[in-house]
Design a protein. Structure first.
Length: 487
């Protein structure tokens, strides 16, 4: 697969291009994202689905600019897909042939089930989920994937979308009950197998609703991907958005570019959630574009990353970890220390995963600034550990890294994240373990250690000289009055 790949997605409401750069076999990161609100479906649903000249011209201009951007990045592969509005248009060939003739870009039209499958592939690989139903609300359709044990086992597409409902009902000021009946009629064909307590929300409408919920609850992590909320707590708010006047939407923190489509989108969202019996929602920042990229990247591995592999962790290591061997030994030492201290201090086994990742990534920021590397490393985690973790996991890993230089976590840092972090007791012990693991390898010596805790003494046996570590360990702030002995 090419080092840099561009994915273009022409939706009913907007066209987007993302450029991904691979850092290793499976590691990658987002290099660029460009969006244009082309509204290619504008006026189509009232005219038999025909794409209108102005809308096609907007889309053509956007695609032309996208290709210039891709060229500037020296992209070697471009994959372009079009969804509901283009596939339903009787005159789609006029648009497709012009784009291919004048721009040299071949557009692949995907059907609703393929669109749902791509969203499902993105969800199972880039979110911490096992069983769920994805809901991707677009301008012309709503596409769903049933996920069981991290496998997409069934897909379904409904001809209900935000722009479609806007033009058929909201623009004509028809009663909202008529739009609800229209949605319910479409949902009546949904197979009985589509039932799940967890729904994964994909697409701009659901992201806009999630951002509004984050703001009203003062959520302290400004990242919509993997943000979760309870339908019991937020269902009434979503219903208010669906029934609000356009003038009142701004007080609900709905962005201006979503004001005309958010109400039909919220109505669809609530109806689908009720139909599938969802109780919790996890928002995805990844969708069709990431699905197209991953279906290409993972085509020879059953469309799944290898077990226990995380693309964000690998990408950070590939780009910023100056000494991968040292990082691996720090992580190994942290795991050994955890096993020695787990039972005496009642540390949760589930924390080992986060401890391991924090230890591996603890020195990411050294190339930016040695003296403040722990701060830079934590910042990089908060902003670039995008995939496969909940918000609680992200802030925990970042906190362990932020305080890996002798001191335990300070309340001045942790207070805003109190609802997301474990208790101070667990947090202090995990932070101490990462700091101690780094201290043990201060001389950059390698080797597997042994650790035993007994009668208030943590005895550590190393296969290398630890003169500097003995000196530095005295400066570590401890969560309990234990003695550390090296042999």
């Amino acid at each position: 697969m090419a080092k840099r790949t561009a994915i273009i997605d022409i939706g009913s409401n907007s066209a987007r291009m993302v450029v991904f750069e691979r850092t290793s076999r499976y590691g990658f990161f987002l290099l660029n994202e460009t969006r244009s609100r082309v509204r290619i479906s504008e006026g189509a649903y009232e005219k038999g689905g025909e794409l209108q000249p102005e809308a096609m011209e907007r889309a053509f201009s956007a695609l032309s600019q996208f290709l210039e951007i891709a060229k500037s990045y020296k992209v070697r592969k471009i994959l372009c897909v079009a969804t509901s509005a283009v596939r339903d248009a009787p005159n789609k060939k006029v648009f497709l042939h012009r784009v291919e003739r004048e721009l040299g870009l071949r557009i692949k039209i995907i059907d609703g089930k393929k669109e749902a499958w791509l969203g499902g592939i993105a969800a199972v690989n880039l979110l911490p989920i096992k069983d769920a139903i994805t809901i991707d609300i677009g301008g012309g359709s709503t596409d769903m994937a049933l996920i069981r044990n991290r496998r997409v086992i069934e897909t379904f597409s409904l001809n209900i979308g935000t722009v479609r409902l806007k033009e058929l009902f909201f623009d004509k000021k028809r009663p909202i009950e008529e739009a609800k009946t229209y949605i319910d009629d479409a949902l009546s064909s949904l197979p009985e197998s589509f039932r799940a307590s967890l729904a994964v929300g994909i697409g701009g409408t659901i992201r806009a609703i999630a951002k509004a919920i984050m703001q009203r609850n003062d959520h302290t992590i400004d990242k919509v991907h993997a943000f979760s909320f309870s339908l019991a707590e937020e269902g009434k708010f979503i219903n208010k958005v669906a029934h609000a006047s356009v003038m009142k939407l701004s007080k609900y923190n709905i962005k201006k570019d979503r004001l005309d489509t958010i109400r039909p989108g919220a109505l669809i969202f609530l109806s689908v959630l009720e139909k599938i019996g969802a109780k919790e929602v996890m928002t995805s920042g990844a969708g069709v574009r990431e699905g197209v990229f991953l279906s290409d990247l993972l085509r020879n591995s059953n469309y799944l990353f290898p077990a226990n592999f995380n693309p964000s962790v690998r990408s950070l290591q590939d780009r910023f970890c100056g000494d991968r061997k040292l990082a691996a030994h720090i992580a190994s030492t942290a795991r050994t220390l955890f096993q020695a201290l787990k039972e005496p201090f009642d540390l949760p086994e589930t924390s080992l995963k986060h401890l391991d990742i924090a230890a591996k990534l603890s020195q990411l920021g050294i190339r930016l600034d040695f003296y403040g590397y722990h701060k830079h490393s934590a910042y990089m985690i908060m902003n670039d550990l995008d995939f496969g973790f909940t918000h609680e996991e992200m802030i925990l890993i970042a906190t362990l890294i932020r305080f890996n230089k002798r001191r335990l976590p300070k309340e001045s840092f942790t207070k805003p994240y109190k609802k997301l972090l474990p208790g101070n007791y667990t947090l202090s012990w995990l932070s101490f373990i990462v700091s101690l693991a780094q201290t043990i390898h201060i001389s950059r010596s390698y080797g597997r250690i042994e650790a035993i805790y007994h009668n208030g003494v943590l005895t550590i046996k190393t296969p290398f000289d630890i003169y500097l570590a003995k000196e530095r360990v005295k400066e570590l702030e401890k969560p309990a009055p234990i003695a550390i002995q090296f042999i």
